[in-house]
Design a protein around this ligand. Structure first.
Ligand SMILES: [Zn+2]
Length: 80
C-alpha cells in the first residue's frame, strides 16, 4: 500500500501511514473546468491518538490527483 501524508486534527501533527483505506464507492469525476476530482473519503488509523480519522481526498496531497488542479489559487496577470 502506498504511504500517504496525513495531519492529525487532535494533535495538529503530521504523520505518514500506509494503513489507509478508501470508501468503496470512491469515484473520479470530471469537473466543468476539465480537471479531475475524487469523491469519497479516506480513512486512516491515527498512530498519534489511536482513533480513525476521515479525510476528503482534496485534503490530502493525493498522488492520484493531477497536481495541476491544486495550483489555481495564485494566478497572476502579467499586465497588472
Ligand atoms: Zn489523530
Amino acid at each position: 500500500m502506498l504511504e500517504l501524508h496525513f495531519t492529525c486534527p487532535l494533535h495538529d501533527m503530521d504523520f505518514r501511514s500506509a494503513q489507509w483505506s478508501l470508501d468503496p464507492d470512491l469515484k473520479t469525476i470530471t469537473t466543468p473546468s476539465g480537471g479531475k476530482e475524487l469523491h469519497g473519503n479516506v480513512h486512516v488509523p491515527c498512530p498519534l491518538c489511536h482513533q480513525t480519522h476521515t479525510y476528503a481526498p482534496n485534503e490530502l496531497a493525493c498522488p492520484l490527483q493531477d497536481p495541476n488542479t491544486a495550483q489555481k489559487l495564485s494566478s497572476q496577470s502579467p499586465d497588472s
